[in-house]
Every structure is written in structure tokens, then in C-alpha cells.
Design a protein around this ligand. Sequence first.
Ligand SMILES: *[C@@H]1O[C@H](CO)[C@@H](O)[C@H](O)[C@H]1NC(C)=O
Ligand SMILES: CC(=O)N[C@H]1CO[C@H](CO)[C@@H](O)[C@@H]1O
Length: 590
Amino acid sequence: RKCNMGDGTGDIELDQAVSQWLQYDQNPKTASLVQDMMKEGAVDALKKCFSSRMEFGTAGLRAAMGPGVSCMNDLTIIQTTQGFCHYLEESFENLKERGVVIGYDARAHPPSGGSSKPLAVSLQPFTVSHLGLCAGIMVTASHNPKQDNGYKVYWENGAQIVSPHDKGISKAIEINLEPWPESWNAEEALKSPLLKDPYQDIHTQYFKAIQKHCHHRGVNKSSEVKIVHTSVHGVGHAFVQAAFKAFDLPAPFAVEEQKDPDPEFPTVKYPNPEEGEGVLTLSFALAGREGATVVLANDPDADRLAVAEKQESGQWQVFSGNELGALLGWWMFRCWKQQNPEADAVKNLYMLSSTVSSKILRAIAVKEGFHFEETLTGFKWMGNRAKELLDQGKSVLFAFEEAIGYMCSPFVLDKDGVSAAAIAGEMISFLATKNISLSQQLTTIFTEYGYHISKNSYFICHDQTVIRTLFDRLRNYGGQKDSYPSDCGGFSISSVRDLTTGYDSNQPDKKAVLPTSSSSQMITFSFSNGGVATMRTSGTEPKIKYYTELCAAPGNSDVKHLKKELDDLVKAIVENFFEPQKNKLQPKPE
Ligand SMILES: *[C@@H]1O[C@H](CO)[C@@H](O)[C@H](O)[C@H]1NC(C)=O
Ligand SMILES: CC(=O)N[C@H]1CO[C@H](CO)[C@@H](O)[C@@H]1O
């Protein structure tokens, strides 16, 4: 299917792909863009738009908006939705009675003509679960640059789809490429008696549901802490304000320039609070004016949350996703324990995190007696695992991943930056009544459960051959077939797990427990000094990411030494495992 563009056959394939496109596309804007490219003989531009159809994966679709099969546009969305529809009809007998919900964030796209409003992502899985629907579609590109859009899919269990649904949907798309006559007729669709807008009801029910996690109603009375919130030009503002209200907390100060949805993201380079301080500049300025000491930031579709706190030095500390995971995990457990003092109750309690995130929840679980489980990277895994546990009658209190994603409520089986903001707001206010800052509380958690210091970064690499060479070298270390390194620059390696091949030296049968995927690279090394390092390729970006953490035993509070040891470990990993391919890798831009 992929057009082979290197030779004459490729050009014929390109011609065919383009003429079929023009036959199908009824959007005058994208159609004329393609016609213009044809007239100008802009072969390279055409190849970019038609080289290969966007691949429908478990994350749905995400790509730049533009014409052609490689981009997000009306036609590719019609084709995808026809395929998805077909797949749903095959999967559910009562699809028409149960229904599907469609939502969107505030990305640039033509006016939908519908009556509903932009949504924070988490209300979408909530709607699927709450109304017992067959599926949900969310049009969002999360924190991607402004030219991108995406199509995220939830299954009837309220979690994002996992295999084999992606393959099934992908196949169904292939056989439904020709637009059905009614597919272009949005006006007619909007008149359908089957169409309902559940927005108001869902809005009410969602805030009622997350209110169950409000444990210290009225904590505002004695707390004087002031909080700033930014929605980074996304949809978060109204939802976070409502969530604070539901928790009976004073409204956070909103960053005026960023509070309303604006798909141009005019005040930030990237609309991604993970990128750290640049995105938070306006928030810090507002905090300065209002005397606020904490900043909460959502990404544009409000499924993620970043937190920063002003230190006594006057400097802002932006917490890493792992640090905030430690704080929220601790807080969620503390509140739960107060409500469930019986000694046995913890036996039914679970927390989850992705395998590249901090192991701090494991340390808390070991000491407190609840269960901790790891999943593969991404909330599709945590959401589906949480649902399995809930169906077995277990309680799932909290799940997180280092990429500032937090699931604080089983009502939403995905990360949710809205409930996380309100719960963080309550934790911050509660701590403030005791004159404790977040960074002080983090130290207390580490003192009690052991310091967990992590350092994550990546190299950029567009060449799959280089990536394969780099990882295969680690699997055949020192030229020895199927042999992994036992040492990295003096740091002794105690175990290796390779989720590309399914090998785990720690398991009695040497088989990894987590699912294996041969199409992506992922190796984890555990070190004798309590270090853990994972190297993996990203499914959506041209990156080799690495995640490292040093897990110290409780009582070891020599932070300076621990930090140095982690720095040395990271250096050894870069030198020994990445540098042989150095010339072909670009470091993370500063
Ligand atoms: C609150 O804590 C800070 C140090 O963290 C201290 O300087 C200050 O005096 C404390 N305030 C009260 C009222 O205890
Ligand atoms: C400013 C603010 O939101 N204050 C609230 C604090 O909590 C009490 C109830 O406990 C509310 O009545 C206040 O409005």
C-alpha cells in the first residue's frame, strides 16, 4: 500500500493516489490545494501528502492537518469513521440503541455545525462509561503543535482501545475508503433523530462524580495559599474552575492571556507544559502579581497536569511528572486510609504506573500493604488494566505516568488533568494549613519510603536502521549473540528485560510478563545499586527515549550523593549504549 516513490512505478502510484483523492474529496479547500500542487508539478509536496495513509493505531490517528491520505482532513476522517462504524456494527448488535459519543477540543477545524461545546478529554471516557455507550471518539491532538490534529478512540469499557481493535479498525477502513453518499452531508446528519447532545447532563454528572474525591471540604477557610491556573490556550479553564468549585476551593487565578481556547497558541512556542518553564512564564508573572505560590498548568486538551511551586529562595520548582506522581499517590492513599481504617482494606487496593515511570508507588505499596502493578507505557494500558481490576471487585485508587498523566478517579479510565487539578488544589490547601510546602512534603515522602530520583531525556533519530543497530548491539553485546551487557561503565547490571524480544532475566522461565511488541524497541536494565534504566523508541516521534531512576532505601537521605550517582549512571549509559551511534543521533534540543 505504501507508495514506492523511487522509480517510475511509484510515479504511477502517486498519480493514481492523487486522482482517486480528487474523485473522493468534496472539501473545496483541500481539493484545490491538491489541484494546485498538480498544476505546479510540486512532486515533493504531493509525495508528502500521499506517500502513505496515516496508520490507525491504538492511539487512533495523529498527524498534521492538510490534504492527502497522510494528513488529517475531512476525507481521511470520513474514511476512518466509515471503517470504525463498520467495525462497531460487526462488534455490537445493539449499536444504534447504545450509541457512540463524539467530542472535540479547541483545535483549529471547520465549525462542526453541531450544538455542543469543546470538551476536556476526560469527559469523553466518562461519557462512554456513564451512559454505557459502545464507543467514544475524541478529536484532539493533545499537546502537539498547532498544525496537528488527532482522532482518539475509546471502547465500551471506557478505556482507549488496545489490540486487536486497532488492526480490526484499520482493516475496516481499508474496505470503506469510498465515501458513502451520506457521509458528506453533515446538515442531514445533524437533523437525525438519533443525534443527542448529552453535554449538560454529563457536565453535571462528571463534577458530581469527582466530588467523591473531595475529602477536606472547607479546607479553604484556614488556608491562605493562592493558586494560579493556566489552560495554555486549551479547554481547561472552565473545567478546572468548575472542579475547584465542586471541591469548595477558592477559584484559582486564571492566566488571562491563555485562558480562552485559541488554536494558534499565540503566547507559547509549544503548547506543552512538559516543556517546562517557557510555557509557564505568564503564570509565574501572574503569581508574582497576586502573591500566589503555586501554579497548575494543563495541556490544551486538559488531560495532563503540571505543577510548579515557588521556593523560599524565590525560584520556581517545576515538579517532574514522577515527583507529582509521588505527591498525588501519597495524598490519595492518605485520604483513602482515613476513610478506610480497617487493617484488611488495603488488601483490595491497587495503584498502577507505567513501567518507565518512577517506582515510588511500589515503595509506598510495599510499606503500606496495598498492591502495585506496572503496565506498558501509555494510559491505554493503565485504563484497561484498571477496568479489569475493577471488574474483579478491586479498588483502583490511582495511576500515573511520568509524562504528567494522572488518573485519580476510576470514573475516568484515562489520565484526567481536571480532577487531578482539583485534588492537587485540595492537597496544596491542606498542606498549607499545616505550613507545609509541596517540596517539603515530597522530602517527607522520600524520607519515609526511600528517595526516588529520576532523570529522563532522549536522542532524536530519524533513521530506523541506526535505531535497530543501536538496540541489536545491546542484544548481542561484545559481538556475542543473544547476550546482554552485564556492566555499564563500572555499574553492575543485575537484570535485563527486553520487551521487543520478550526476554526477562528475572523470570524463572526468562519470559517477560508484560506484553511484547517486536515493532518497537524497549530494553530495561536494572543495576545492583538500585538504578533502573529503560531505553525505548517512541511510537509517535522520531526519538530514542531513556528513563533512569535511582531507588534508594528508606533512611538513605544523602541526596547530594544520590544525585551524583544517578548523574554518573546516566553518563555511563550515554557513553556506553548510545555513543557508538553518536554521529547519527541528535541530542535533545536545549
Ligand atoms: C512556616 O514555615 C516556614 C519555613 O518553612 C517558617 O519560616 C515559618 O515561620 C512558618 N510559619 C509559621 C506560622 O509557622
Ligand atoms: C472562597 C471560598 O471558596 N470559600 C469557601 C470555603 O468553604 C466554605 C464551605 O466550607 C464555603 O462556604 C466558602 O464559600
